[in-house]
Design a binder for this molecule. Structure first.
Ligand SMILES: Nc1ncnc2c1ncn2[C@@H]1O[C@H](COP(=O)(O)OP(=O)(O)OP(=O)(O)O)[C@@H](O)[C@H]1O
Ligand SMILES: [Mg+2]
Length: 1107
C-alpha cells in the first residue's frame, strides 16, 4: 500500500466529503455514497462535526504507524483528514490544556470495531503523552491490561471473532502535565453462560483454547489437562479453530502481559489452575440412582475427573462430591438436606463453573486495578474510554443479549441526550434562533426496560422474589399483562391482539423494538440467570478449598458469614452499574466514535449498503448532521471566551472593565469576524464554523507568541540593565578597593625604601665610628702587648739565669754526693761478705713469720665450731698460708668438739641427723622437734607394776614406749594406747590394763603416711594379707611423731635391711578392713585450741582439721 501523503487540511485531496456537515445535498443516499466512496479509497473515518464515524475495514491499514501519530500530534481537529487519532489528540489536549475530564464513547454493533478503536485511542494517547521510565511503565501496564482481559473476556461469536463478552470502562488518570498516573477499569456483566454452552459456530472464551494450544506439556501436566479440545465437554467443537488466530502465540502474549501488568508467578499459576478446574468441571458426569423412598438421586459416573479437580483446587473430594449430590436449605434456623437428581446435579455443576469463571474474571479486573492504580494522591485529570459489548441480534437471544442491548440503548440515549436533545435545548435556552429537527428518542425503550414499576427488569425481579412457583412462563405472562400496550413490546400472548397471528413470534418469546432493530428474546432461562443462584453447599465447598484464590472467590461460603438475605439480582445489579456509568459519563466532556460494520461476513472490501443504511438510521447519524449543520460548531460562556482571546484586541487587553459579553462583542468587531459566523446567546457565544474558531486560535497563538516575545524583550532588557547596574556598582567598589590597595602598596614601598636608606646611612656611620674605636683600641692593645713582651723577655732572661745557677748548684751537689759515696763505699767495702744480702733477706722473712704466728696466737677465735670469726691477713704473701691455717684450725676444733661426745650422745645425734634427712623442709612439725632430745622410753613400763604383765610379754629391748592416740576407724574418735617399738615388733597395748591389743612384726609394716602440717597424725600401713592387717591400717597420733617415725625407720632398716617408705602428703589412702579411706588434712578452726580434730565424713573420707 502506498504511503499516504501528509495533508495540511481536511480539504486537501479530499475523497468524497471528510465532514458530513459539508455534504451537499444531504440525504440518506448521498450519506451512504459518501461513506462508500471513502471506504473504497481506504478512508474509513469520516466526521460529523466532532463525531467520528469509523467503518470496520476488516484488514490492517497502514494508517496507525508512529509517523501517523506524529502527523496528528498537536494539530487542529479539522486540519488533517479524519482519523481516530485526531479525536484522540483533541480529547487529550483538551484534558491537558483546558483541564476538562474527557470520555470517549465508542458505540456500534458487535463486530463494528469498538474494541479495536478503544485500543487505538489508548495507544495514541500513550504515544503522545509524557515520557520517562516511570511513565512508560504505567503506559505499558495500561496497554497490557487489554490482552489479559480480552483473553478471559472475549470469545468468537458468529458476529465477531473477537467479540467482547463483557463491558469495559477504563479511566486513564493523568497529572497536571498530562503524564499518565494510572487507571481504573470497571467491568460489566460477563456473559458467563458461554462457559458451559456456546451457540453453534461460536467458541468459549479464548483463554481455554489458548491454554490447551499454547501451554507446554509440562505446564499442562501440572494443570492435569490434555491438549486435545475434544476431551472437554465445555469446549464447542465445531469452530474450535478460528481463521487467522494463533491461540498458542496469543497464550504467550497473555502470559507476558500478565507479567508486565504485575501478576506474581504464583498468581498466574493460580489463575490457570482455576481455568483448568472450570474446564474439568464440564467433564464431570452424573448417572441416576434410585433410592428406597422414591426420591431421585444422582451419582458421579467417573470420579477420576472429580479427584483431579480436588487435587488442583485443594478441596476435600468427599465435600465436593456431597455438594454435587445434596442441597441444604436453611429456613428459620433449620437445615434441610434434599438430594439432587441428575438434572439438578448438572445444573449445580454448570452453575459452579459459570460462577467460578465469572468471579475469576472480576478478580482479574480487581487485580489489574491494583497494579495500575495511580500511586499519588495529587488531583487527577481523567480520560474514560468506554468499550461495551455491541448491540447484537442472534438466532436465539437470551437474558445476556437482553442486558447487552439494554446497555446499548442507554448509550444511544446518552448520545441523543448530549448531542441532539441537549444541543437543541441549549439553543432555545440561550435564545438562539432555531428550527427544531426531528429525531427518534429511544428514551421510551429505555423506560420499557428499566422503569422501576413497569419495566421488564422490575417485572423479572418481582417474579424472582415472589413466593410460589416461578417459571420463565409466569414471567412472560406477567410481561404480557404489564407491557402489552407498550409500543416497542411485542408478544403473541399479550392482551393486545396485534401479534396473535404473527407466526414469526413463538409463544415462549417476546420481542422488543430496539433503537437498532427488533430483537426476539427466548424467555427461557431469564429467571434463573437473573437469580444467579449458586447452591450454598457448593459455595461452602469452594470456601473450604486450600487453594487461596478459589477460597477468596467464594467469601459467602464462610459459615461464619452466612447471609440469609438474597443477593441483588443480576438484572438489578447491572441496571445500577449502568446508571452509575451514565452519571459518570455525564460529568465528562464526551467524544464520540460511532463504529459501523460494512458487512456481515467479517470480510474486507465489501460494503453492504443495506446493512450500513440500517446502522446509519438507528444511530441517528443523519439527524446528527442536520443538527450540526443548523447549529453552531462551538460555544463557550462569555467569561472564559473573553479570558481566552482578550489579548487579540487593544481594548480588552490586558483588562476589560465591563460585562464579559460587551467585551466579546468589542473583540469580535475588532477582529472583523463576519456576523453570520457567530451569534450571541444569553450566557454563551456561539461560533458557527470551526474554521472561525481555528482562526481565533491561530490569532491567539500568534498573539501569544508576540506577547511572549514582548515579555522576553522586557525581561531581557530588565535583566541586562539590572546586570549592568550591578556591574557598575561592583566596578566602583572594586576600583575604590583597588586604589586603596595600590596606594597602600606604594606607601609601604616608600616607607621600606626610606627605612633601607636610613639603615644604610646609620650603618655607614656606625661602621665609621666602629673603625675609629677599633683603631683606638688596637693602639692601646699594641702598647700593652709591647709592654708585655718586654716584661716577658726580661722575665725569661732572669729565669734562664736563675735556672743556670740552680743547675750548677745541683751539679755541684751530685758530684759531691758521688764523690762522698765513692769515698764511703771505699771505706766500708772491707766490712761486707759475699752472700750477706741473702742472709739478711731470710732473716727478715723469719722475723716476719715469727711475728705473724705470735700475733695469731693472741688473736685466735673461740673453739665453737659455729664461730665464723677469723683474724685478718697481715701480709699478702701469706694469703694461702692464712687460708690453710683457718681450715686446719676449724677441723681441729670440730674434732675436739666431737671427742667430747659419749656413745649414747652419738646415737642421739645420728638419729637427729636421720630425722633431719627424712623431715627437714617436708613436715611443718619438724623444726619444733630439733631442740627436743629423743628419749625413746617415755613410759617406764618396768617401773610401773601395772604393766608387769606387758613387761613380761615383751622380752626384747624396748626402743619406744609411749602413749599414743589410736583413731577409731569407724568414727575418728581417739583412744589412748601404749605404743611399743621393739627390735622386731610394733605393739599396741591398752593403757589401763597393759593388755596387748595388736602386735605387728616390723616386716609387715609397709609404709608410714603423715601430713605435711603441724600435726602428730600418722598412719601405719600394713602388708596386705598379713596377720595383723585384719582390721586394717593404724591411724595414730603422737606428741613425738618425728622421733617415733625416725626410730621406726631406723629399726626397720637395721632389722629388715629395707628402707621404710615414709609418705608425706595432705591426702593419703588407708585400708580400713575392706575399704580404702582417704585421710584428708584440712585447715580447721581454732575452737578446740591447737588440737587437731578427726572426723569420719563418710565411708570414703576421714577428715583431719589441723588448726
Ligand atoms: N481499525 C481496524 N482496522 C483493522 N481491522 C479492524 C479495525 N477495527 C476492527 N477490525 C477488525 O474487526 C474485528 C472486530 O472488531 P472489534 O472486536 O473491535 O469489534 P467490537 O465492536 O468490539 O465487537 P463486540 O461488540 O463484539 O466486542 C477485529 O477483530 C478486527 O479484525
Ligand atoms: Mg469488543
Amino acid at each position: 500500500m502506498a504511503k499516504m501523503e501528509v495533508k495540511t487540511s481536511l480539504l486537501d485531496d479530499m475523497i468524497g466529503v471528510g465532514d458530513m456537515v459539508l455534504l451537499e445535498p444531504l440525504n440518506e443516499d448521498s450519506f451512504i455514497n459518501n461513506l462508500k466512496k471513502r471506504f473504497d479509497h481506504n478512508e474509513v473515518y469520516t466526521y460529523i462535526g466532532s463525531v467520528v464515524i469509523s467503518i470496520n475495514p476488516y484488514r490492517s491499514l497502514p494508517i496507525y504507524t508512529p509517523e501517523k501519530v506524529e502527523e496528528y500530534r498537536n494539530r487542529n481537529f479539522y486540519e488533517l483528514s479524519p482519523h481516530i487519532f485526531a479525536l484522540s489528540d483533541e480529547a487529550y489536549r483538551s484534558l491537558r490544556d483546558q483541564d476538562k475530564d474527557q470520555c470517549i464513547l465508542i458505540t456500534g454493533e458487535s463486530g463494528a470495531g469498538k474494541t479495536e478503536a478503544s485500543k487505538l485511542v489508548m495507544s495514541y494517547v500513550a504515544a503522545v503523552c509524557g515520557k520517562g521510565a516511570e511513565v512508560n511503565q504505567v503506559k505499558e501496564q495500561l496497554l497490557q491490561s487489554n490482552p489479559v482481559l480480552e483473553a478471559f473476556g472475549n470469545a468468537k461469536t458468529v458476529r465477531n471473532d473477537n467479540s467482547s463478552r463483557f463491558g469495559k470502562y477504563m479511566d486513564i488518570e493523568f497529572d497536571f502535565k498530562g503524564d499518565p498516573l494510572g487507571g481504573v477499569i470497571s467491568n460489566y456483566l460477563l456473559e458467563k453462560s458461554r462457559v458451559v454452552k456456546q451457540p453453534r459456530g461460536e467458541r468459549n472464551f479464548h483463554i481455554f483454547y489458548q491454554i490447551l494450544s499454547g501451554a507446554s506439556e509440562d505446564f499442562l501436566c501440572k494443570l492435569k489437562l490434555e491438549r486435545d479440545f475434544s476431551r472437554y465437554n465445555y469446549l464447542g467443537l465445531d469452530s474450535a479453530k478460528v481463521n487467522g488466530v494463533d491461540d498458542a502465540a496469543n497464550f504467550r502474549t497473555v502470559r507476558n502481559a500478565m507479567q508486565i501488568v504485575g501478576f506474581m508467578d504464583h498468581e498466574t499459576q493460580s489463575v490457570f489452575e482455576v481455568v483448568a478446574a472450570v474446564l474439568k468441571l464440564g467433564n464431570i458426569e452424573f448417572k441416576p440412582e434410585s433410592r428406597v423412598n422414591g426420591l431421585d438421586e444422582s451419582k458421579i459416573k467417573d470420579k477420576n475427573e472429580l479427584k483431579e479437580i480436588c487435587e488442583l483446587t485443594g478441596i476435600d473430594q468427599s465435600v465436593l462430591e456431597r455438594a454435587f449430590s445434596f442441597r441444604t436449605v436453611e429456613a428459620k434456623q433449620e437445615k434441610v438436606s434434599t438430594t439432587l437428581n441428575v438434572a439438578q446435579a448438572y445444573y449445580a455443576r454448570d452453575a459452579l463453573a459459570k460462577n467460578l469463571y465469572s468471579r475469576l474474571f472480576s478478580w482479574l479486573v480487581t487485580r489489574i486495578n491494583e497494579s495500575i492504580k495511580a500511586q499519588t494522591k495529587v488531583r487527577k485529570k481523567v480520560m474514560g474510554v468506554l468499550d461495551i459489548y455491541g448491540f447484537e441480534i442472534f438466532e436465539d437471544n437470551s437474558f445476556e443479549q437482553f442486558i447487552i442491548n439494554y446497555c446499548n440503548e442507554k448509550l444511544q440515549q446518552i448520545f441523543i441526550e448530549l448531542t441532539l436533545k441537549e444541543e437543541q435545548e441549549e439553543y432555545i435556552r440561550e435564545g438562539i434562533e432555531w428550527t427544531h429537527i426531528e429525531y427518534f428518542n429511544n428514551a421510551i425503550i429505555c423506560d420499557l426496560i428499566e422503569n422501576n414499576q413497569t419495566g421488564i427488569l422490575a417485572m423479572l425481579d418481582e417474579e424472582c422474589l415472589r413466593p410460589g412457583t416461578v417459571t420463565d412462563d409466569t414471567f412472560l405472562e406477567k410481561l404480557n399483562q404489564v407491557c402489552a400496550t407498550h409500543q416497542h413490546f411485542e408478544s403473541r400472548m399479550s392482551k393486545c391482539s396485534r401479534f396473535l397471528n404473527d407466526t414469526s413470534l413463538p409463544h415462549s418469546c417476546f420481542r422488543i423494538q430496539h433503537y437498532a432493530g427488533k430483537v426476539m428474546y427466548q424467555v427461557e432461562g431469564f429467571v434463573d440467570k437473573n437469580n444467579d443462584l449458586l447452591y450454598r453447599d457448593l459455595s461452602q465447598a469452594m470456601w473450604k478449598a486450600s487453594h487461596s484464590l478459589i477460597k477468596a472467590l467464594f467469601p459467602e461460603g464462610n459459615p461464619a458469614k452466612i447471609n440469609l438475605k438474597r443477593p441483588p439480582t443480576a438484572g438489578s445489579q447491572f441496571k445500577a452499574s449502568v446508571a452509575t456509568l451514565m452519571k459518570n459519563l455525564q460529568t465528562k466532556n464526551p467524544n464520540y466514535i460511532r463504529c459501523i460494520k460494512p458487512n456481515d461476513k467479517k470480510a474486507a472490501h465489501i460494503f453492504n449498503d443495506a446493512l450500513v443504511c440500517h446502522q446509519i438510521r438507528y444511530l441517528g447519524l443523519l439527524e446528527n448532521v442536520r443538527v450540526r449543520r443548523a447549529g453552531y460548531a462551538f460555544r463557550q460562556a462569555y467569561e472564559p471566551c473573553l479570558e481566552r482571546y482578550k489579548m487579540l484586541c487593544k481594548q480588552t487587553w490586558p483588562h476589560w472593565r465591563g460585562p464579559a459579553r460587551a467585551g466579546v462583542e468589542v473583540l469580535f468587531n475588532e477582529l472583523e469576524i463576519p456576523e453570520e459566523e457567530f451569534s450571541f446567546g444569553r450566557s454563551k457565544i456561539f461560533i458557527r464554523n470551526p474554521r472561525t474558531l481555528f482562526k481565533l486560535e491561530d490569532l491567539r497563538k500568534q498573539r501569544l507568541e508576540d506577547l511572549a516575545t514582548l515579555i522576553e524583550k522586557i525581561y531581557r532588557g530588565w535583566k541586562c540593565r539590572t546586570r549592568f547596574l550591578l556591574m557598575k556598582k561592583s566596578q566602583i567598589v572594586i576600583a575604590s578597593w583597588y586604589r586603596r590597595y595600590a596606594q597602600q602598596k606604594k606607601y609601604q614601598k616608600i616607607k621600606s625604601s626610606a627605612i633601607i636608606v636610613q639603615s644604610y646611612i646609620r650603618g655607614w656611620k656606625a661602621r665609621k665610628l666602629l673603625r675609629e674605636l677599633k683603631h683606638q683600641k688596637r693602639c692601646n692593645e699594641a702598647a700593652t702587648i709591647i709592654a708585655a713582651y718586654w716584661h716577658g723577655t726580661q722575665a725569661r732572661r732572669e729565669l734562664k739565669r736563675l735556672k743556670e745557677e740552680a743547675r750548677r748548684k745541683h751539679a755541684v751537689a751530685v758530684i759531691w754526693a758521688y764523690w762522698l759515696g765513692l769515698k764511703v763505699r771505699r771505706e766500708y767495702r772491707k766490712f761486707f761478705r759475699a752472700n750477706a744480702g741473702r742472709k739478711i733477706y731470710e732473716f727478715t722473712l723469719q722475723r716476719l713469720m715469727q711475728k705473724y704466728f705470735l700475733e695469731m696466737k693472741n688473736k685466735m677465735p673461740s673453739l665453737s665450731p659455729i664461730d665464723k670469726n677469723w683474724p685478718a691477713r697481715p701480709y699478702l704473701f701469706l694469703d694461702s698460708t692464712h687460708k690453710e691455717l683457718k681450715r686446719i684450725f676449724h677441723l681441729w676444733r670440730c674434732k675436739k668438739y666431737r671427742d667430747q661426745f659419749t656413745d649414747q650422745q652419738k646415737l642421739i645425734y645420728e638419729e637427729k641427723l636421720e630425722a633431719s634427712e627424712l623431715f627437714k623442709d617436708k613436715k611443718a612439725l619438724y623444726p619444733a622437734s630439733v631442740g627436743q632430745p629423743f628419749q625413746g622410753a617415755y613410759l617406764e613400763i618396768s617401773k610401773n607394776p601395772k604393766y608387769k604383765k606387758l613387761k613380761d610379754a615383751v622380752d626384747e629391748k624396748i626402743i619406744i614406749a609411749e602413749v599414743v592416740n589410736k583413731i577409731n576407724r569407724a568414727n575418728g574418735k581417739a583412744t589412748s594406747r601404749i605404743f611399743l617399738l621393739t627390735k622386731n615388733n610394733v605393739l599396741l597395748a591398752d593403757q589401763k590394763s597393759g593388755n596387748i591389743k595388736s602386735e605387728v612384726p616390723l616386716g609387715d609394716v609397709t609404709k608410714v603416711s603423715m601430713s605435711s602440717q603441724n600435726d602428730g597424725f600418722f598412719a601405719v600401713h600394713l602388708k596386705e594379707g598379713s596377720e595383723a592387717a585384719g582390721k586394717g591400717d593404724f591411724l595414730l597420733s603422737s606428741n613425738h611423731l618425728i622421733e617415733m617415725a625416725t626410730k621406726l625407720y631406723r629399726t626397720t632398716l637395721s632389722q629388715t635391711k629395707q628402707k621404710l617408705n615414709i609418705e608425706i602428703s595432705d591426702e593419703f589412702l588407708v585400708q580400713f578392713r575392706q575399704d580404702k579411706v582417704c585421710v584428708k588434712f584440712i585447715q580447721g578452726s581454732q575452737k578446740n585450741g591447737n588440737i587437731p580434730t578427726c572426723k569420719r565424713k563418710n565411708n570414703r573420707l576421714l577428715e583431719v582439721a589441723v588448726p
